[in-house]
Design a protein. Structure first.
Length: 153
């Protein structure tokens, strides 16, 4: 079963900035000691950065990818657009966009079904998919109606 860990994009960027402060490569225990964040809490942030191609984990060391180094030199709007382009490349987001184009909206229960069909761990993926999709302006999520809607500027 494929998994998208739950981590906000802001946490991912914070991790990248911290690793950058260590000249682009930092031992996990240094990150833990500096932040006080437990390894279990840090793991989904690291996994999210890996999924987006922004960090590599070599043994117990985190290393920024060249893409991450470019990202850190961008202004906030450029960063958001760049991360959005990375998120849009993920298969689950392509599928959600495809379904939105067909249906016009996706009910919460149908979003869960899409995640299941794509072999995602629904409990983990649901929050991340909604958070990442809205951050990247791929879609909007109506919390009152529990629906995924096309993004409106």
């Amino acid at each position: 079963m494929y998994r998208i860990p739950f981590a906000d994009i802001i946490e991912v960027i914070g991790l990248l900035e911290l690793v950058n402060d260590y000249a682009g490569e930092a031992p996990l225990d240094e990150i833990h000691n500096y932040t006080g964040i437990e390894f279990d809490e840090l793991k989904p942030v690291v996994e999210s950065a890996k999924i987006l191609g922004l960090i590599e984990l070599k043994g117990q060391k985190l290393r920024l990818t060249d893409i991450a180094k470019k990202l850190l030199n961008m202004d906030p709007e450029e960063r958001k657009a760049f991360i959005a382009s990375k998120i849009r490349q993920l298969p689950i987001f392509k599928k959600i966009v495809e379904e939105l184009e067909k249906r016009g909206s996706i009910a919460h229960a149908d979003l869960e079904k899409i995640l299941e069909e794509q072999t995602y761990d629904v409990d983990d993926a649901l929050k991340s998919v909604i958070s990442w999709g809205t951050y990247a302006m791929i879609f909007d999520y109506d919390h009152n109606d529990g629906k995924v809607l096309p993004w409106r500027d």
